[in-house]
Design a protein around this ligand. Sequence first.
Ligand SMILES: Nc1ncnc2c1ncn2[C@@H]1O[C@H](COP(=O)(O)OP(=O)(O)OP(=O)(O)O)[C@@H](O)[C@H]1O
Ligand SMILES: [Mg+2]
Length: 231
Amino acid sequence: MLEIHNLSKIYGEGENKVKALDNVSFSIEHGEFVLIVGSSGSGKSTLLNMIGLLDHPTNGKIFIDGTDTTTLLDDKISSFRNKKLGFIFQFSNLLSDLSVLENVLLPRQIAGTNGSAEKDARDLLRAVGLDDQIDKRANKISGGQAQRVAIARGLINKPSIVLADEPTGNLDSVTSETIVQLMKSMARKLNHTFIIVTHDRQHFSDVDRVITIKDGRAFEGDQPSEMEVLA
Ligand SMILES: Nc1ncnc2c1ncn2[C@@H]1O[C@H](COP(=O)(O)OP(=O)(O)OP(=O)(O)O)[C@@H](O)[C@H]1O
Ligand SMILES: [Mg+2]
């Protein structure tokens, strides 16, 4: 469902050239819960941004549900992204003038497929434990609650892949634990594929798979002695 072939990303030119990703290849199966770990500057966000069609690779191919996303024309990219991908970032980026419910509905409205939108949004908000916050304005809730809204918003279009970059990076340890458990239970319940970049390895103790990025290269696992390069 996700296949990455020989992916490289070079930023800048000449003396400022940075090879952020260096010939990375791997596949992720439907329903897998995958962590991407590695030190600061290793290339994790670069990788996630390529998968999320937020930036173009310098070389290589990315297939999502059989579509080569690196050949999509600009006018197709945003609709593909909106239909197939859900995003959860470090800062929940809610629109503060809208209610919790309206924030969750936004990606569905952009996709233009309304149908049972409001029911789906209410179901998701119940699942993330926010039944009683639905009509509050988004700037009147806590950081942990906002991140739960962001999870519901990331799932509203039933994405093939949910991408999260440091989803607990802005939360205290106790709230992080809740958010991690929530993401795991949503992944199991809805059978979504999750790819999560995190510095918070210990909170995610048991996951299907860990990929370590080191100097732009990808390795299977997170035990240095056992790591196998994915190229
Ligand atoms: N837009 C950009 N222009 C130039 N260089 C960039 C750009 N974005 C990232 N880089 C460089 O590419 C490399 C990988 O960056 P990336 O953001 O992917 O790291 P990361 O693993 O996500 O780090 P962190 O854990 O600190 O978020 C770094 O050397 C970074 O300085
Ligand atoms: Mg990053």
